[in-house]
Design a protein around this ligand. Structure first.
Ligand SMILES: NC(=O)c1ccc[n+]([C@@H]2O[C@H](COP(=O)([O-])OP(=O)(O)OC[C@H]3O[C@@H](n4cnc5c(N)ncnc54)[C@H](OP(=O)(O)O)[C@@H]3O)[C@@H](O)[C@H]2O)c1
Length: 253
């Protein structure tokens, strides 16, 4: 049985606690939360601490706090030579304080507390300082996911940038699309089949091949009409930058 302690009580911490609680061979022995109320629905009160000095022995400590706080939190852990990992896509492993054995357990998915996820399909990117700790991390990752990847800190940084383009920026474009719908009394729901098909298509085709729309067709009259319709400078700028990017990329093919 692997004893795991989760540090943090936000999106990732809550999803990990839920997944490990259901997993075979793993026990969430404790969790650290500055606001214990955030995770009382997931763990019994006696397992939640708000003081690092109350942390007991665990095989693996998972720091799932904001990127900015990872180094500071790792430095506050009151023990040495235990396995401590973080869950960030962009923070190098060696930013964890060196008094413990270090590693990374990065689940490549977008997590929001209110939305359930199927962990078995989520890639987990692992890194560690020693082969022995890597085996422990594989055992832990295998308990919740079938997709394990060995990714070093440099690769993970690039992967995270790719993920920001694929998910965070795309979601912001949904937000702008929703604003445009609202401005014209249209329901955002009408776009949902299009959104579903757009993401389904890249499961079968390279994204550049799946590109459609006025930019890749060089339909300049339509592009001009769209720019006329957009009210906000920010929307116009994004429309122009993406149009140029689509056209420049298509020329390279
Ligand atoms: N969300 C995602 O989609 C996602 C996906 C993969 C990886 N990650 C990574 O997972 C980590 C957590 O992200 P998240 O989305 O779960 O963040 P989040 O929902 O904003 O939660 C952040 C957590 O960090 C805690 N925290 C912040 N500063 C702290 C400090 N100085 N000491 C102790 N705890 C502190 C917060 O505690 P309070 O509630 O008390 O403020 C909160 O529990 C990040 O490294 C992120 O890059 C996120």
């Amino acid at each position: 049985m692997l004893n795991v302690t989760v540090i943090g009580s936000g999106n990732v911490a809550q999803h990990l606690i839920r997944a490990f609680t259901k997993a075979d061979g793993v026990n969430v022995s404790q969790a650290f939360a500055r606001k214990p109320g955030n995770i009382l629905h997931l763990l019994p009160e006696e397992k939640i601490v708000s003081d690092f000095s109350l942390l007991q022995y665990a095989d693996i400590y998972i720091i799932a706090v904001t990127d900015n706080a990872i180094t500071e939190v790792s430095a506050q852990l009151p023990f040495k030579n235990r396995l401590v990992v973080h869950t960030s896509g962009s923070i190098p492993m060696d930013e964890l304080y060196p008094h413990n054995r270090r590693g990374v357990f990065y689940p490549l998915q977008t997590f929001s507390k209110k939305k359930e996820v199927d962990f078995s399909a989520i890639p987990v990117c692992l890194e560690s300082e020693s082969a022995e700790d890597y085996k422990l991390l594989i055992t832990l990752a295998n308990s919740i996911s079938a997709k394990i990847f060995n990714i070093n800190s440099n690769q993970r940084k690039a992967l995270h940038v790719a993920a920001v383009f694929a998910s965070n920026f795309t979601n912001h474009l949904y937000t702008l699309a929703s604003d445009i719908c609202n401005e014209h009394n249209l329901p955002f729901d009408i776009l949902k089949p299009l959104i579903t098909e757009t993401s389904a298509k890249v499961q079968h085709l390279p994204p550049a091949e799946a590109q459609t729309g006025p930019a890749v067709r060089h339909d300049s009259k339509t592009i001009e009409a769209h720019l006329q319709l957009l009210k906000e400078d920010n929307q116009k700028e994004i429309y122009q930058i993406l149009t140029q990017s689509i056209q420049a990329h298509a020329e390279k093919l």
